[in-house]
Design a protein around this ligand. Sequence first.
Ligand code: ATP
Length: 132
Amino acid sequence: MSTFLLEIVTPERKVYAEDVDMVIVKGTEGEMGILPNHVPLVTPLNIAPVRIKKGRSEEVLAVNGGFVEVRKEKVVILAESAELAGDIDVDRAKAAKQRAEQRLTGKQDEYDFRRAELALQRAMNRLGVKQG
Ligand code: ATP
């Protein structure tokens, strides 16, 4: 079976670079499975899991925003943050979730509300990926 190079990059580091069979991302326009020789495109991503299929194994990362770029020679996910399931600190995500929930119930302006909503989404995404 043919494969393609998948890179997942954040402003901090290259999180992932391997030959894979398929990657499934959640774009702002829905879920998209990318196989080898996919037509080139760029599309924004949600705060959501990214699933990678490689042989018999499947890996999942918690990806926060950014976009996916399908090029001729590789697929690049450029995200604000991305963690492999094994690298996720559950206690930290639970604490972030709790903080965000408290901020959402408190009185505040719209900007703070949106920020808290996004922080909650990041925490829920990490916890969801960790639970598999
Ligand atoms: P926190 O409030 O706990 O910092 P956050 O959602 O604000 O959470 P981000 O700004 O998205 O954090 O990420 C900052 C850095 O910390 C990134 O490198 C990200 O990969 C990492 N990170 C954030 N939360 C976790 C976690 N629960 N486990 C592992 N790495 C994490």
